[in-house]
Design a protein around this ligand. Sequence first.
Ligand code: FAD
Length: 304
Amino acid sequence: EELGHIRCGGIPMAIGVQTDMTTPALLKKEFLLPSIMGDKVACLGVSEVGAGSDVSSITTKAVRKGDEYVINGGKMWTTNGTQADWMCLLANTSDGPPHRNKSLICLPMNLPGVHIARKIDKLGMWSSDTAEVFFDDVHVPCKNVIGQEGMGFTYQMLQFQEERLWAVANILTTMDIIIQETIQYTRQRKIFKQPVLYHQAVHFRLAELQTEVELLRSLLHRATALYIKGNDVTKLASMAKLKGGRLARELSDSCLQYWGGMGFTNDVLVSRFYRDSRLMSIGAGADEVMLGIICKYMDTLPKK
Ligand SMILES: Cc1cc2nc3c(=O)[nH]c(=O)nc-3n(C[C@H](O)[C@H](O)[C@H](O)COP(=O)(O)OP(=O)(O)OC[C@H]3O[C@@H](n4cnc5c(N)ncnc54)[C@H](O)[C@@H]3O)c2cc1C
């Protein structure tokens, strides 16, 4: 049961930020090694108050002065933000076209001018902190840039493949646990002289949901195998992320229903999953952003 509670929600998300969102683009030993060792906590600074789905419209600026960048702006929704040692920051490093003017920069969070404005109060994911952060003339050595200056948007889009595959892998086991716990509960809970589970509407629905989970698992395995071989899996990863978000919403809603009033308490995992899993259709690119990417790969978007 404890494992189930840990697998659900905020703690895996905080770890996933470290393993699959901030470090994949990174080859800097100074930040990478302690992050992998678990000695330093990382956070990802992409989203801003005015730029979430449209990553290209971020306004945080890193202006080169000698061998330093001077950073001004702010980030919103930063997971791990209140406790992180460093941020993988996406900032504009020139005034060029929006897909070629951005860079990823390793930003130590203890520098003067880094202000944690607040810890955001959320619907779910309570075991993961989410911060709003401001930068006021923060000086960072130019050597902290990841890869090539101006390539940040491209690196970030590539990194999203891994982040989205991780998001699906992260939620699958919890979905299995929720179905199993629902079976256990409904088998022993009697209504109208028989277990809730024996009502065909209930066991057929759980069979449908488990089938969907297995289909999603197969898609994830296929996309991951192709990714490991070095293929571009943006389309499959986006499909998996879209399906994962939608299935999590369906599954948490259906399963919670079969717990009756118990499902509406904070004593059971299913209610926590109901709150936590809602994020999946929003974070790491909303469902509609996934649909846009899939349409791009299907060549069905209106020509500009
Ligand atoms: C708990 C939490 C943790 C997060 N952690 C991080 C983090 O660590 N680092 C980070 O950088 N960001 C993080 N985010 C930000 C997250 O990635 C954004 O919330 C997400 O990308 C959506 O951006 P937005 O909230 O600005 O919504 P908006 O961009 O304002 O979009 C609002 C809604 O518009 C709809 N929409 C979007 N595009 C389209 C379209 N093309 N057509 C039709 N409708 C559309 C969607 O339904 C979307 O939800 C986190 C968010 C949350 C809530």
